[in-house]
Design a binder for this molecule. Sequence first.
Ligand code: NAD
Length: 256
Amino acid sequence: MNLKGKTALVTGSTSGIGLGIALRLAEAGADLLLNGFGDSAAAVAEVARHGGKVRHHPADMARAQQIGEMVAFAEDEFGGVDILVNNAGIQYVAPVEEFPVERWDAIIAINLSSAFHTTRLALPGMRRRGWGRIINVASAHGLVGSAQKCAYVAAKHGLVGLTKVVALETAATPITCNAICPGWVLTPLVQQQIDERARQDGDTQRARHDLLAEKQPSLDFVTPAQLGALALFLCSEAADQVRGAAWNMDGGWVAQ
Ligand code: NAD
């Protein structure tokens, strides 16, 4: 598949799944606008090895104004966004009655509202240029719930809903919108949850096994590279009629 001449914006792509998707799209020839916190220079260097143009924008996905500045930057630097991957996300784990209000607000802003803002801002350019792909990185938690994750599960179900509406509003155009719903992927976001369990029972290997065993029948992690391959498929002509899907890649999590 050749994405030469296409520009992909992947939010939250300085690590984990976002970086895995950015690498796969760059390998297929796309230019990349990366976003996210942490070591952005290392992420830019890694993605740039594939030879395309790569930039980073530091917009905070909790802030609508900064998201607007990032999409304007994409237009100035690359001529627009052809492939939008809404991936930035955070997690917080607590029972609903103890859930800190500011954590709820942050998760809804970063995991859900940011995708509304990037989509409303990038879509007019896709319509003008007559092609586009919007890929929302939701979660198995966009399809089923888990205790202690009220904000995350609400945001990811919301993201699946947003995906369906945008898919319908673009249904008669060459622009598609779909969601990817990963199960456990071993990234910093999940390592934190393993570390937290290990702090309670003192054994990292057991914490890792128990985390998988509770939800993921394959007892193995999904990888960012596998999710990158699924994103690349959704960018292909073969996926022209895949619209409004919430595609799980989850080791059997939601088959139960
Ligand atoms: P990660 O922590 O490795 O990466 C998160 C990325 O988002 C980083 O680049 C980080 O800098 C960025 N980010 C965080 N807050 C931001 C903000 N306010 N503004 C801009 N960027 C911000 O996590 P990950 O596991 O790769 O998660 C990526 C996405 O995949 C998230 O939406 C997450 O919910 C989803 N997901 C992860 C898993 C998993 O098991 N790891 C499973 C299902 C879905």
